[in-house]
Design a protein around this ligand. Structure first.
Ligand SMILES: Cc1cc2nc3c(=O)[nH]c(=O)nc-3n(C[C@H](O)[C@H](O)[C@H](O)COP(=O)(O)OP(=O)(O)OC[C@H]3O[C@@H](n4cnc5c(N)ncnc54)[C@H](O)[C@@H]3O)c2cc1C
Length: 454
């Protein structure tokens, strides 16, 4: 009896448990469905759809190299999957398990379809499946360090080779659409290309050149020395389990592997608390500023704080932002401007090619102080952060051309430049005074905490 393998955000042939299981059946349909419910939402944005199309094209080629092909459908996701399964008389649908509330609803809808079809959700989107590491009292870990300790000890499943050959029964599909058929707007001008072969090659190059220095250089803003593997992980063009397996015992790999564990950590948090996708993990009763002019300045990278503006411009230009810059701009929005983290998270999701709910929204909550770790004093001074992580100002000048005539670290304090120099720069004054804004923020937190104590 044939099987169907539904690809979702696992667009690869290496180390793909669902594909390997499906390939063992008597014929298999590798299927991807363009889900109208996702395409109709704001979540479908040009950067990620561009990457998705690249990845699907590469996946089709990889399947064709093994005698198969990728069948594409578009419409109601559950309906299309079931339609393909019934058309070929499949007994089993294999797919990779997932944790977002929407992905869970889709899997549940398939599972409810009937006793004649078995639905098997395989591991594949994390190193360790959510629910594998649990604290002694049950539930999910809320603190990273004990999770990490347990995560390091958990036995791993074997890393799987791609299937050697595939036989795909006849079934109708659609051609790979063009970007404009799926979403309005253009991708970022410097968006990196997507797909499994490109991602594997880029990661291999990075590992050879930079893995050993990751611990020292991951915060180096102008050095751009992180792996940039996040989009490939988000779309599953590389397998997180395979990456961890290959790198774990390499010299200097520990800080990098730890970051992969953060990704798993947030997946298990979201699996346990699906409401934390958009709701406060720990509500403080915030009454956020509406501040539309401030929000617009932040989105456009015109806050008058150079490192914040550089990060926000990088986001639009590349569909990517350095992790250090993400923390700085998120702190600026939620603390200096005291604007709701959800607005920032949504803007990030509009542009980030690696944008995904667990990593994005839970990192936002970490920065805002509403997340699993509620340290309210995690406040970033944007000037000090710029001076520390971009000491010569190269990161700022790369993304903020209005400041490219300002040499060295002076670029982080344009308000200190002589008036005649300033007058020649088309660059705004700071939208708020950092010290005053943070004093105000602390007063509000104190009032909230007093109100909660009453
Ligand atoms: C406000 C905010 C929003 C973020 N939104 C996203 C998002 O939508 N998608 C996303 O993948 N990451 C997100 N991150 C986490 C992190 O910034 C990116 O994963 C990282 O910058 C990607 O670059 P890289 O691949 O070069 O990372 P590297 O430093 O090379 O790290 C390797 C991998 O580890 C994982 N990782 C690293 N840092 C984190 C972290 N803090 N939390 C979870 N996983 C991590 C990522 O998968 C990353 O690709 C966000 C962080 C912040 C502070």
């Amino acid at each position: 009896m044939p099987a169907v393998v539904v690809f979702t955000r696992d667009l690869r042939v290496h180390d793909h448990p669902a594909l390997v299981a499906g390939a063992a059946a008597d014929g298999v349909v590798p299927l991807f469905v363009f889900d109208d419910a996702i395409l109709g939402r704001r979540f479908a944005r040009p950067n990620r759809v561009r990457y998705l199309l690249d990845a699907l094209g590469a996946l089709d080629t990889a399947l064709a190299d093994r005698g198969g092909r990728l069948v594409l459908r578009r419409g109601d996701w559950t309906h299309e999957v079931l339609d393909v399964a019934r058309a070929v008389g499949a007994g089993t649908i294999h797919l990779s398990d997932d944790v977002t509330p929407y992905a869970r609803r889709r899997i549940d809808a398939l599972t409810a379809a009937g006793p004649d079809l078995r639905v098997v959700a395989h591991p594949g989107t994390t190193v360790v499946p959510p629910g594998t590491c649990t604290p002694a009292g049950g539930g999910a870990f809320q603190v990273f360090t004990p999770y990490y300790r347990r995560w390091l000890e958990v036995p791993r499943r074997p890393v799987l080779a791609p299937p050697r050959s595939l036989t795909v029964p006849d079934v109708a599909g659609v051609a790979l659409p063009a970007l404009a058929d799926l979403v309005a707007g253009d991708p970022s001008p410097d968006l990196a290309p997507g797909g499994e072969p490109v991602a594997r090659a880029a990661l291999n190059r990075w590992v050879k050149a930079h893995l050993a220095e990751y611990g020292d250089r991951h915060d180096d803003l102008p050095g751009d020395a992180t792996s940039r593997v996040s989009a490939a992980l988000r779309f599953g063009c590389v397998s997180p389990a395979e990456v961890e397996h290959k790198l774990r015992h390499r010299p200097g790999a520990e800080p990098f592997v730890r970051q992969l564990c953060w990704r798993d950590f947030y997946a298990q948090v979201l699996a346990a608390r699906p409401d934390a996708a958009w709701g406060d993990y720990r509500a403080r009763g915030d009454e956020w500023n509406t501040g539309d002019a401030h929000f617009a300045a932040w989105c456009e990278g015109r806050t008058g704080y150079p490192v914040v503006d550089a990060g926000m411009r990088q986001l639009r230009q590349e569909g990517f932002m350095h992790n250090r810059a993400r923390m700085i701009v998120a702190s600026f929005l939620t603390k200096d401007l005291y604007i709701d983290w959800r607005r920032g998270a949504q803007h990030f999701l509009d542009w980030l090619v690696d944008g995904e709910i667990a990593n994005n929204n839970l990192n936002w909550q970490w920065t805002a102080g509403t997340g699993t770790d509620t340290n309210p004093h995690r406040i970033f001074n944007p000037t000090v952060q710029g001076q520390r992580f971009d000491p010569q100002g190269d990161y700022v000048r790369r993304y903020v051309p209005e400041l490219d005539t300002v040499a060295g670290r002076a670029v982080h304090e344009p308000w200190k430049l002589p008036a005649e120099v300033r007058a020649g720069l088309d660059y705004p004054e700071p939208v708020v005074d950092h010290r005053a804004a943070i004093a105000d923020y602390k007063d509000r937190l104190a009032a909230l905490s007093a109100r909660r104590a009453r």
